[in-house]
Write a protein that binds this ligand. Structure first.
Ligand SMILES: Cc1cc2nc3c(=O)[nH]c(=O)nc-3n(C[C@H](O)[C@H](O)[C@H](O)COP(=O)(O)O)c2cc1C
Length: 185
């Protein structure tokens, strides 16, 4: 293997291009974020890194909640569009003809058409140089029953969630191995 030295590019991926639902009394919005991560298991917590100039930034900060919705391969245009258009200019739910579905949160909607959704409550906010890191507790998780196997686990043959890495969108196909971690069930 001959590795070429790169500039200090962040090469962590593929990651889901997550569709983040947020809202307040007057509007509901969606922002695509690739910089979403898992940081704690008990309670379950995730991070979402958002640039302060995004329209969604203030909405999340003020409401203290958001949802994380994972798109499948067929929803790549939705993911890309929610990551290039701004809620300042249009209503993305109407523009992309997707459904804002309320769960247990007061303001942040889930996207009914996405196969996986999580509802999150903001716990900590860390301001870094370019991004604000929202650290939030996952308070409920939902999976489309059509993609669950008979043990209630996600069957990745059935859902083909969308991935993203270094500027490219990818599909995610399972390897169907039975080794170590995968055997624990
Ligand atoms: C695949 C993809 C990943 C993105 N990841 C991030 C991210 O992690 N953080 C961020 O601030 N913006 C990210 N963006 C850019 C925002 O989604 C984009 O600026 C969006 O139009 C902001 O929407 P809003 O103004 O309605 O909030 C990403 C865009 C795409 C297409």
């Amino acid at each position: 293997m001959s590795k070429q030295k790169q500039s200090t590019q962040i090469l962590l991926g593929p990651v889901p291009p997550a569709l983040i639902g947020c809202g307040n009394e007057s509007e509901k919005n969606i922002i695509t974020l690739a910089w979403v991560g898992v940081v704690n298991s008990s309670p379950p917590m995730i991070t979402a890194a958002v640039r302060p100039n995004r329209h969604s930034h203030q909405i999340i900060k003020d409401s203290g909640e958001f949802t994380v919705n994972l798109p499948n391969k067929d929803q790549v245009e939705l993911a890309d569009g929610c990551g290039t258009l701004s809620g300042r200019d249009l209503n993305k739910f109407e523009h992309f003809k997707v459904t804002a579905e309320m769960g247990t949160l007061k303001q942040a909607p889930m996207i009914a058409e996405c196969p996986v959704s999580m509802e999150c409550k903001l716990e900590h906010t860390v301001e870094l140089d370019s991004h604000t890191v929202f650290i939030a507790e996952v308070v409920s998780s939902y999976v489309d029953s059509a993609i669950l196997d008979d043990k209630g686990k996600i069957d990745f043959e059935k859902c083909d969630l969308l991935g993203f890495c270094a500027g490219s969108y990818l599909g995610t196909k399972p390897l169907n191995l039975s080794i170590g971690y995968t055997r624990k069930g």
